[in-house]
Write a protein that binds this ligand. Sequence first.
Ligand code: ZN
Length: 482
Amino acid sequence: MQLLSAGAAETVTGSCHHLTLSGKNILIDCGLFQGRQEIEDFNYESFPFDLEKLEAVLLTHGHLDHVGRLPKLVREGYRRPIYATHTTQKIAEIVLLDAAKIQLEDYERALRKAQRNGREKKVTPPLFTDKDVTQTVSLFKTVDFAKPLQLGDVTVTYSPAGHILGSGFISVQSSEGHVIFSGDLGNAESGVQEDFRLPSSCDAVLVETTYGNRTHRPLSETLEEFRTVIKASLKTGGKVLIPSFALERAQNILFHLRNMQKQGDIPRIPIYLDSPMATKMTQLYMQGKNEFLPEVAAKLASGVDPFEPETLIYAATADESKKINDVEGQAIIIAGSGMMTGGRILHHLKHNLWRKETSLVVVGYQSEGTLGRLLVDGKKRVKIHGEEIAVKAKIHTIGGFSAHADQDDLLRWLEPTSKANVYMIHGEVAVMNEFGAVLAKAGRNAVMVQRNKTYDLRQPLNGFVPVMVDKSGRNRTGNYTE
Ligand code: ZN
């Protein structure tokens, strides 16, 4: 019963955990590292396990930081099954094709730049192409929630994790022992998706810790603020821009906007979903069945689409997107990317940020170094597509929309595993230091999993020992922490 994590160890991205149980080698997730260059460079390292001996890959959900290195795995020779729920397969395919496209565009841009200064040999090629994605998708095999999957002596069971559609946590059990992988766990109060199920008792539990040191405020407060901000924004007469992640956040925002229109809180002005990827994801959400809260499921069952306000307009093509600039009067525009680092939102920002009647409503986390963060921090001039733009728009930040469990949710989920050792993954070091202390106080034994280190999961743990971070913010594995 051995664990080797090749990602999401002392950082939040790159989920990839290799488990050896009863002689079987199983990989749980194979995600992309995202963020600072030092972290993204890990994507190019070789996998620290024997690909030929790997017998199965199990996916917890379709986010890029959980599936983004699958095409690399396949490119390097992996040909055995990749198990995932039906929805996760659909999401992963969309996400991976999009990533392949972005990587190719980035590569071509970098190559042109390098050619102009005579250094083209130094340009790193894309990690994978759409052909690798096609081959990856051909290995997908469906696993259903609560229906055990037998891999020799090892029994694998998926349970809903309430994070994004199709997301599950995974129990892996044999006569040798029982390990549970949380994947990403959902926010108990999403307003749309059902809460996560609880795990059973086990020997070892790997738990995500993204918000291990935080408590989300109640959803009702977030929605009240969202309603107030949208109403105030519409009074100024300008456009309302909502940058959003294509998956989960966009659908939840559409859901709440539809409710507000139905209740007469906001007028029937056009709402544009200007994101081909969010459009595809929204269509997937309409097919989602068992994972929604009863009132959402009932709407879907009665033929009502809860994710489609009556005034919703999908902008599919680039031309349709550009035409939104010519629309006179008020409109709400939802577009990606969520942190304003690329995508169609940039065009809307360029055309509207300099107008004082515009409102920018930020509904997601903006990490350091992104355009979104600069705007949230109050920068008065920003560069978009090489052009300097004055920021005169009103900027509103709405906290509280989160697809992740908070500290209370994590503790509640961990409760039934009270006898198990806790292996903390998918978190920043400082956050895990806080969460580890909370666990130790509750009598749990916990450790922060380090990247590329092998753990014998039967080894007893004793309380929790925090990890020191040096002055530069660099911890012992060389990852940076906020
Ligand atoms: Zn996720």
